[in-house]
Design a protein around this ligand. Structure first.
Ligand SMILES: [Zn+2]
Length: 138
Protein backbone atom coordinates (compact mmCIF):
# COMPACT_ATOMS: atom_id res chain seq x y z
CA UNK A 1 0.00 0.00 0.00
CA UNK A 2 1.31 3.47 -0.82
CA UNK A 3 2.89 5.25 2.13
CA UNK A 4 0.44 8.19 1.84
CA UNK A 5 -2.46 5.80 2.47
CA UNK A 6 -0.58 3.99 5.23
CA UNK A 7 0.04 7.32 7.00
CA UNK A 8 -3.64 8.18 6.68
CA UNK A 9 -4.60 4.95 8.45
CA UNK A 10 -1.98 5.34 11.18
CA UNK A 11 -3.12 8.93 11.89
CA UNK A 12 -6.78 7.95 11.86
CA UNK A 13 -6.46 4.93 14.19
CA UNK A 14 -3.81 5.62 16.84
CA UNK A 15 -4.89 2.71 19.07
CA UNK A 16 -5.18 0.12 16.29
CA UNK A 17 -1.75 1.06 14.94
CA UNK A 18 0.00 1.74 18.25
CA UNK A 19 2.55 -1.04 17.70
CA UNK A 20 3.27 -0.34 14.01
CA UNK A 21 3.55 3.38 14.73
CA UNK A 22 6.53 2.72 16.99
CA UNK A 23 8.49 1.22 14.10
CA UNK A 24 10.55 3.04 11.50
CA UNK A 25 8.49 4.63 8.75
CA UNK A 26 10.10 2.54 6.00
CA UNK A 27 8.81 -0.61 7.71
CA UNK A 28 5.19 0.55 7.69
CA UNK A 29 4.66 -0.40 4.07
CA UNK A 30 5.79 -3.97 4.73
CA UNK A 31 3.34 -4.22 7.60
CA UNK A 32 0.51 -3.07 5.34
CA UNK A 33 1.46 -5.29 2.46
CA UNK A 34 -1.46 -5.20 0.03
CA UNK A 35 -2.69 -3.11 -2.91
CA UNK A 36 -4.29 0.34 -2.63
CA UNK A 37 -7.63 -1.07 -3.83
CA UNK A 38 -8.15 -2.69 -0.44
CA UNK A 39 -7.69 0.57 1.47
CA UNK A 40 -11.43 0.93 2.16
CA UNK A 41 -11.66 -2.61 3.52
CA UNK A 42 -8.74 -2.02 5.90
CA UNK A 43 -10.21 1.37 6.83
CA UNK A 44 -13.61 -0.15 7.67
CA UNK A 45 -12.09 -2.91 9.79
CA UNK A 46 -9.96 -0.36 11.66
CA UNK A 47 -13.01 1.81 12.37
CA UNK A 48 -14.61 -1.15 14.14
CA UNK A 49 -11.50 -2.09 16.10
CA UNK A 50 -10.64 1.49 17.12
CA UNK A 51 -14.21 1.97 18.42
CA UNK A 52 -13.91 -1.25 20.40
CA UNK A 53 -10.59 -0.06 21.91
CA UNK A 54 -12.09 3.30 22.92
CA UNK A 55 -15.10 1.60 24.48
CA UNK A 56 -12.99 -0.88 26.41
CA UNK A 57 -10.67 1.83 27.73
CA UNK A 58 -13.30 4.41 28.61
CA UNK A 59 -16.15 2.25 29.88
CA UNK A 60 -14.39 -0.85 31.17
CA UNK A 61 -11.17 0.99 32.11
CA UNK A 62 -9.10 -1.59 30.25
CA UNK A 63 -5.39 -0.75 30.04
CA UNK A 64 -4.15 0.13 26.55
CA UNK A 65 -1.99 -3.01 26.48
CA UNK A 66 -5.10 -5.19 26.72
CA UNK A 67 -7.09 -3.86 23.76
CA UNK A 68 -6.77 -5.18 20.19
CA UNK A 69 -4.24 -3.76 17.74
CA UNK A 70 -3.10 -4.50 14.22
CA UNK A 71 0.21 -6.27 13.65
CA UNK A 72 -0.11 -6.23 9.90
CA UNK A 73 -2.17 -6.98 6.81
CA UNK A 74 -1.22 -9.00 3.78
CA UNK A 75 -2.61 -10.76 0.73
CA UNK A 76 -2.89 -14.52 1.01
CA UNK A 77 -4.83 -16.90 -1.21
CA UNK A 78 -6.30 -13.90 -3.06
CA UNK A 79 -7.75 -12.46 0.12
CA UNK A 80 -6.95 -9.69 2.57
CA UNK A 81 -5.56 -11.16 5.80
CA UNK A 82 -5.12 -9.35 9.11
CA UNK A 83 -2.86 -10.15 12.02
CA UNK A 84 -4.44 -8.80 15.20
CA UNK A 85 -2.72 -8.65 18.58
CA UNK A 86 -4.82 -9.03 21.77
CA UNK A 87 -7.70 -10.05 19.52
CA UNK A 88 -11.25 -10.33 20.82
CA UNK A 89 -14.35 -11.99 19.41
CA UNK A 90 -15.47 -8.62 18.03
CA UNK A 91 -12.15 -7.78 16.35
CA UNK A 92 -11.91 -11.28 14.84
CA UNK A 93 -15.39 -10.89 13.41
CA UNK A 94 -14.56 -7.46 11.97
CA UNK A 95 -11.46 -8.69 10.12
CA UNK A 96 -13.28 -11.82 8.96
CA UNK A 97 -15.87 -9.61 7.22
CA UNK A 98 -13.09 -7.66 5.47
CA UNK A 99 -11.38 -10.92 4.44
CA UNK A 100 -14.57 -12.23 2.82
CA UNK A 101 -15.36 -8.91 1.12
CA UNK A 102 -11.87 -8.74 -0.39
CA UNK A 103 -12.81 -11.64 -2.68
CA UNK A 104 -15.09 -9.23 -4.51
CA UNK A 105 -12.86 -6.13 -4.63
CA UNK A 106 -9.92 -5.51 -7.00
CA UNK A 107 -6.73 -5.23 -4.94
CA UNK A 108 -5.29 -2.68 -7.37
CA UNK A 109 -8.14 -0.23 -8.10
CA UNK A 110 -10.88 -1.14 -5.61
CA UNK A 111 -13.50 -1.89 -8.28
CA UNK A 112 -16.10 -4.59 -7.58
CA UNK A 113 -15.16 -7.89 -9.24
CA UNK A 114 -16.23 -11.50 -9.56
CA UNK A 115 -15.32 -13.87 -6.76
CA UNK A 116 -11.59 -14.61 -6.76
CA UNK A 117 -12.14 -18.33 -7.25
CA UNK A 118 -13.65 -17.54 -10.63
CA UNK A 119 -10.71 -15.39 -11.72
CA UNK A 120 -7.75 -16.74 -9.62
CA UNK A 121 -6.34 -13.27 -9.13
CA UNK A 122 -6.96 -10.32 -6.84
CA UNK A 123 -7.32 -8.02 -9.87
CA UNK A 124 -10.36 -6.96 -11.89
CA UNK A 125 -10.39 -7.74 -15.64
CA UNK A 126 -9.20 -4.24 -16.55
CA UNK A 127 -6.25 -4.22 -14.13
CA UNK A 128 -5.30 -7.74 -15.19
CA UNK A 129 -5.18 -6.59 -18.83
CA UNK A 130 -3.04 -3.55 -18.12
CA UNK A 131 -0.79 -5.58 -15.85
CA UNK A 132 -1.52 -4.17 -12.39
CA UNK A 133 2.25 -3.92 -12.20
CA UNK A 134 2.45 -2.25 -8.80
CA UNK A 135 0.54 -5.07 -7.12
CA UNK A 136 2.60 -7.62 -5.31
CA UNK A 137 2.94 -11.01 -6.97
CA UNK A 138 1.39 -10.01 -10.30
ZN1 LIG B 1 -8.88 -3.16 -10.87
Amino acid sequence: MDIVLVKKLIDRYPLVFREIKEQAEHEWRWRLDCGNGWFDLVDQACTGIEAECLYAMEIRKAPVGNVPHLKGVTQKFWQLRFRVGMSTEHSRRVVEIARKESSFVCEHCGAPTLHHQTRWTTLCDWCRRVGGSSVRGQ
